[in-house]
Design a protein around this ligand. Structure first.
Ligand SMILES: *Cc1c(COP(=O)(O)O)cnc(C)c1O
Length: 375
């Protein structure tokens, strides 16, 4: 067999298992009404929680920088690619998040890999929630630290794992708002357990930044927890691209030296950094968007039997069977409603689901239409 024959067999096996993924094509601007495969639909599929991905003010800031600064950063920031726009964005995030150390990354995926591999290595232990995002899993694996996976949101299991582990350094990693379940760990309890065991805490706030907390600072800020490192992304509620790690100044300085996805990768385009700075300004002042978002989430939870807790804009509806969930997606699409079906390995076996995500731009009527279509 040659490579293409082997690959075709692998693709056929994915298709037979209802696991083949084929992306649809979007035209034009992202928004709650979006053109997908040539047809206008109401989208409940993006992570654009505040409706900022298509925002003109952010695009204008990027366009102005693009005109002036050109397209490329030219090199890694450690070489000659450290543009004024990067430095100003890091300062803006530091001011927003009220912590002195901020390091940009090219994506949340890169941030988790960079932060985890910087913090732990051979001889250390990393405790990771079983439903943590793939980028956290990959960071743990690449770090070569011993990995202790603890049951979802189970603080007492985490406590025991920390008690029996004898790593030189212990790192605990959790999301603050879980991407496929829309639920939250008890961050206060997690922080307390970390403190008791002298463990370092990393919280991935990818889905909570912009959505929760005063000025959208996230769930840690909302409950008064200051993790050693917090990871946030510009790709979700901030409507753009790129990511950041927030920490003490010394940890940020170490990331500058050791985080390989940072050291060995070209810096973000200056225009993206400029657009992100405008996104930060907008998100800080976006209380009315957050109110809309939380109202739509509460409405959907009242009108349909979906999961997710608190202010979560993520509302899963677990179907179980892979083929059934994809049929449901097609059926909703037929009604002009785009809800993404999510299958393993993104979620555990037997828990294929519709992942409904809400936006501040959804109207009450659109959410009611979805609820009616689901029941
Ligand atoms: C989306 C996501 C990331 C990755 O962020 P990107 O900026 O899209 O690469 C990291 N962690 C979690 C929990 C996510 O959901």
């Amino acid at each position: 067999m040659n490579l293409d024959d082997e690959v075709r067999a692998e693709l056929a096996a994915l298709e037979a298992a209802h696991r083949l993924r084929v992306p649809r094509v979007v035209d034009g601007r992202q928004g709650v009404v979006v053109r997908v495969d040539g047809r206008e639909v109401v989208s409940f599929a993006s992570n654009d929680y505040l409706g900022l991905a298509g925002d003109k003010r952010i695009a204008d800031a990027a366009a102005e920088s693009l005109e002036r600064d050109g397209m490329g950063a030219g090199a890694s920031r450690l070489v000659v690619g450290n543009h004024r726009q990067h430095v100003e964005l890091e300062a803006a995030v530091a001011d927003w998040m009220r912590r002195p150390g901020v390091r940009l990354f090219n994506a949340g995926y890169a941030a988790n890999i960079g932060v985890i591999t910087t913090l732990v290595g051979v001889g250390d232990v990393v405790c990771s929630d079983e439903l943590n995002h793939a980028s956290i899993i990959d960071g743990c694996r690449l770090s070569r630290a011993r990995i202790e996976v603890f049951p979802h949101r189970d603080v007492s299991a985490l406590d025991s794992a920390l008690a029996r582990s004898s790593g030189r350094r212990k790192l605990v990693v959790t999301e603050s708002l879980f991407s496929m379940d829309g639920d939250e760990p008890d961050l206060v309890a997690v922080a307390e357990v970390c403190k008791r065991h002298g463990a370092v805490l990393l919280v991935d706030e990818a889905h909570a930044i912009g959505v929760a907390g005063d000025e959208g600072r996230g769930l840690c800020a909302a409950v008064g927890v200051v993790p050693d490192v917090l990871v946030g992304t510009f790709g979700k509620a901030l409507g753009s691209f790129g990511a950041f790690a927030v920490s003490s100044e010394s940890v940020a300085a170490l990331l500058w030296n050791r985080a390989r996805p940072f050291v060995f990768s070209t810096g973000l385009p200056p225009s993206v950094a400029s657009g992100n700075r405008t996104a930060v300004r907008i998100v800080r002042e976006a209380d009315s968007l957050r109110r809309n978002l939380h109202a739509r989430a509460a409405q959907l939870r009242m009108q349909a039997n979906v999961g997710g807790a608190g202010v979560s804009p993520i509302a899963p509806l677990v179907v179980g069977d892979d083929a059934a969930v994809m049929r449901k997606t097609e059926e909703l699409l037929g009604k002009g409603l785009y809800v993404q079906g999510i299958r393993p390995p993104t979620v555990p076996e037997g828990t294929a689901r519709l992942r409904i995500s809400l936006s501040a731009s959804h109207t009450e009527e659109q959410v009611a239409r979805l609820a009616a279509a689901l029941s």
